[in-house]
Design a protein around this ligand. Structure first.
Ligand code: MN
Length: 212
């Protein structure tokens, strides 16, 4: 997610996929991506805009500002913005943080931070998989950094986000069933295993360098 994106305000506009619909094969197929991006993600964008249409005072706020300041928003706006604003934020990062599954490993200072904070890439991967598998029901597993560059793995339920006042998300894996069920049915572990190969480490490194 770049800086321009963080400045966007109402009305929020759908972002196209940054790759073709068949780019993530064989891990994620075209049908899944069409449903996920063109239907599920679109619904969150539409519902966020529908909510904000009723609150002119919130229309100059970026998505990040809305999510950080959720508790200060009008009471009736909080739940729809948590659900739909979070849905937009989470899906934009999810899609943007993936790439074709052709060999790429953690690079640069992020690779060093993974070794420092988790012991090794392999140990990080085990913990990340546990977070993705251990999220009961719908939600997400994230790799985030604080402003000092310390990495953490975070789980969130539904469309909730980590504390964006503290953390810069680097990437996340969607473990709602709509992310994998057409292809994998109940085999979440197979989807998560494949997802590791989709991580765009160059973009993650860029986010890591631009944190806070
Ligand atoms: Mn999703």
């Amino acid at each position: 997610m770049n800086h321009e994106m963080n400045k966007e305000t109402y009305p929020f506009v759908m972002r196209p996929l940054p790759y073709e619909y068949d780019a993530l094969l064989p891990v994620i197929d075209e049908e899944t991506l069409h449903f996920h991006h063109d239907k599920h993600y679109k619904t969150y964008v539409d519902n966020l805009n529908n909510t904000l249409a009723d609150y002119p005072g919130l229309q100059q706020m970026s998505l990040k500002e809305l999510l950080i300041g959720l508790e200060q928003l009008p009471a009736a706006a909080q739940k729809p913005i948590r659900n739909n604003g979070g849905g937009v934020f989470n899906h934009e990062l999810y899609f943007d943080a993936m790439k074709s599954p052709v060999g790429q490993e953690p690079v640069g200072t992020l690779a060093e931070a993974i070794n420092r904070d988790f012991g090794s890439y392999k140990q990080w991967q085990e913990k990340m998989k546990q977070a993705a598998m251990g999220q009961f029901g719908s939600g997400w597993a994230w790799l985030v950094t604080d402003c000092a560059g310390k990495l953490s793995i975070v789980q969130t339920a539904n469309q909730e986000v980590p504390d964006l006042a503290i953390y810069t998300p680097l990437f996340l894996v969607d473990v709602w069933e709509h992310a994998y069920y057409l292809q994998y049915q109940n085999r979440r572990a197979d989807y998560v295993d494949g997802w590791f190969g989709l991580i765009n480490w160059r973009k993650a490194q860029k986010r890591y360098e631009e944190r806070c």
